[in-house]
Ligand binder design. Sequence first.
Ligand SMILES: O=C(O)CCC(=O)c1ccccc1C(=O)O
Ligand SMILES: [Mg+2]
Length: 357
Amino acid sequence: MIRYDPFSLRLSSPLGTAAGRITDRKGFVVRVEADGHRGVGEAAPLPGWTESYDDCEAALADAAAPNGDDAPAPDDPAAGVDVATPAARHGVELARADALARAADESLAAWLADGSPAGSVPVNATVGDASIEASAAATREAVDAGYEAVKVKIGARKVGEDEERLRAVREAAGDGVELRADANGGLDASAAERLVGVAADLDFAYVEQPRPASDLAGNAALRDRGIDIALDESIAAVGIDAVLERDAADVVVCKPMALGGPVRTRDLARRAAADGVEGVVTTTIDGAVARTGALHVAAALPDVPACGLATGERLESDLAADPAPVEDGRMVVPSGPGLAGAAFDPLRREGGLPDSE
Ligand SMILES: O=C(O)CCC(=O)c1ccccc1C(=O)O
Ligand SMILES: [Mg+2]
């Protein structure tokens, strides 16, 4: 059994990036029954990162249709949903994983992990594209709130202004804070060279996706300059195999919504780790269900670095009360069965959606 209901969430604090401004998130709460337990998932397509809303809905409609001989194997965590529609696949895979973890009476992180999962995960604050002063102020606020890692978006402005923003962010953060810069593929070759150099001088930990997603050679050429290169968009665009084979990244950014689900994301991060490439787990500014799912994925990875999961505060309203609010730069992993014990029970029930139309 698969059911799904639409939701729409507005961002009270839109995220400016080199690839555009994210102002709202629309998607579906997915409910399944597996092993006699109800599970809940979330499919929140973000065009540019996943399939469109319409393609997501069509894939969910397919998955929900009784399909006789094509019925998925009971151990298929995504019930046969194609990875070409990663958000739909994520919704179903997360819901099934939630149900199966509940059937096993363990947390989703424990269900996903080899040994015992982390009890909490360090997270980075996300500073969007903004003026020099606003970027510095947001960094100061994050550090005051206890964040030990801050990521700033670059690539939407003239290179000289981004350079000043990086300097202002370092100055606002002080020396002890880990800094990252995410260009979302928006830098040309000379701007990338310059900003990677400046970020290295300012002791940033990495620049994320300096060059476009499909330009593996261009991104790889920026490595070994005293700062790590992280790839995000490239993972979905060309696949983890190509990224690892071409030695294109020091770090891979793993977004469960864009990669087709928590199990796929865990497996991808494990493959990267086996090649000495670190995995950072982030959301696509998801609702509480997918955000909590991503937290469990992060907790299931050994020694995970600060992750991009502190995105719930940007939402004006949410699917449910946050079971893992950020405190002192960390999120505590809910220890109850599945995603969050009883916290999402209203969503597991028919018509339990706060925004259901
Ligand atoms: O990683 C983070 O700090 C938050 C997530 C984030 O930046 C993001 C959110 C939505 C879409 C793309 C991205 C991105 O990492 O590029
Ligand atoms: Mg990114």
